[in-house]
Design a binder for this molecule. Structure first.
Ligand SMILES: Cc1cc2nc3c(=O)[nH]c(=O)nc-3n(C[C@H](O)[C@H](O)[C@H](O)COP(=O)(O)OP(=O)(O)OC[C@H]3O[C@@H](n4cnc5c(N)ncnc54)[C@H](O)[C@@H]3O)c2cc1C
Length: 356
């Protein structure tokens, strides 16, 4: 039977991991990415040890890309603070650098990459592009991440949060640390990246942003009493903010469509507080491609069900953490507990890993 090349929609960690794995297996896929150049999407830039392992398997060394070593976590809530060593070193790497390196590796291996091409909608087996072209691949890797595709949308649900990102000048006491500020309805995370800047990511209930008139600056100002250390850090000028709406934390696909491999955030969305979304994206992309190499388009349903099961535990653990951390009445007493049980932060970090 004649086969078309697999089509991958989305050139983030999930799509590129699938493309690299297929190419290494002798199958050069077509990859469509709507952006025209490297950019910084809304992401904390935290690479856990499982993400580092998954990258190495794809031939990418984050340290060679200038990633900053992170060995400790600091959590602040309601005037309390807890600190702990991470179970293994992690890395701070900008998504601009990471995504560019993954795309370059895919291109080097012969993947046909179309940048500046947008998929508008999926209709049955048809992929409709913004320029009016219609593609009918017999295998589709859906890797549009945080972005919904008409005809294949995930639905955001009640747990959806707004994501915001900006960079601020590095501050010396952040070197080697991931710092998490727990807020009513969300959190803010800070770390130093390869470019020497501190990356600030916020995940917040949409009502809180709406109450600040939709302005991230006014939101930070409104948080000054609740998170004074965060507000102080933000007194340094920030770059422009980027935002993403309706991130459906805790969502996992139940779908099993022949020939369609959902990967990355299109397969499962872990609470970003856990910092494991990139590892899940890389791991699902690689596993889906391995399933394709072994069984072709027909392997899609088995892969999808298997990955949904595999991601159940880390996603469930991350949702429990998120539930507690977003409620000041729970978060603050929990931080005192960390003082008594210093290993608990490391345990939380372990429980929310997918494993490479
Ligand atoms: C606030 C916040 C902070 C986070 N912090 C971290 C963190 O520190 N560490 C971590 O591991 N994870 C973090 N995550 C999660 C992480 O960002 C995602 O899990 C990860 O990016 C998923 O990768 P992906 O490849 O599935 O999708 P994405 O990274 O979203 O990539 C999707 C790609 O598809 C392209 N695309 C989208 N639509 C189309 C279309 N219609 N046509 C063509 N191309 C398209 C996009 O341009 C993009 O390049 C965070 C998430 C949020 C919301």
């Amino acid at each position: 039977m004649r086969r078309t090349a697999p089509l991958i929609v989305g050139g983030g960690p999930a799509g590129t991991a699938a493309a690299i794995t297929l190419a290494r297996g002798g199958v050069p896929a077509d990859l469509i990415e709507r952006t025209t150049q490297a950019h910084d999407p809304v992401c904390g830039g935290f690479l856990g040890w499982d993400a580092i392992g998954a990258l190495r398997k794809l031939g990418i060394d984050p340290w060679a890309l200038g990633a900053r070593r992170i060995t400790h976590v600091r959590v602040l809530a309601g005037g309390r603070q807890a600190e702990a060593a991470l179970p293994h070193p992690a890395a701070g790497l900008s998504r601009r650098t990471l995504d560019a390196a993954l795309l370059a590796e895919a291109a080097r291996l012969g993947v046909a990459i179309s940048r500046g091409t947008t998929v508008r909608r999926i209709e049955g087996g048809e992929v409709h592009l913004a320029d009016g072209a219609v593609l009918t691949p017999d295998s589709l890797f859906l890797a549009t991440g945080k972005y919904e595709l008409r005809g294949a949308a995930r639905g955001s649900g009640k747990r959806a949060r707004v994501g915001l990102r900006a960079a601020i000048p590095a501050q010396p006491d952040l070197a080697g640390w991931i710092e998490l500020h727990l807020l009513d309805g969300g959190y803010a995370g800070l770390l130093v990246q390869d470019d020497g800047q501190a990356n600030l990511c916020l995940s917040i209930a949409s009502e809180r942003l709406a109450a600040a008139g939709g302005s991230p600056e006014r939101l930070i100002a409104a948080l000054a009493e609740e998170a004074p250390r965060l507000a102080a850090r933000m007194s340094a000028p920030a770059t422009a903010w980027s935002a993403i709406a309706a991130v459906p934390y805790g969502w996992r696909t139940r779908e099993a469509v022949p020939g369609r491999f959902r990967i990355g955030d299109q397969a499962a969305v872990i609470a970003s507080l856990a910092g494991d979304g990139i590892a899940i994206a890389l791991t699902s992309g690689r596993s889906a491609a391995e399933a394709w190499l072994a069984g072709g388009p027909e392997a899609a349903s088995t892969f999808q069900r298997g990955f949904t099961r595999r991601s159940a535990w880390p996603i469930g653990a991350a949702e429990t953490l998120r539930y507690a951390s977003e409620r000041p009445s729970l978060a603050s007493p929990l931080l005192s507990l960390v003082g008594i049980l210093p290993g608990s932060l490391g345990l939380a970090a372990r429980l929310t890993r997918i494993g490479a």
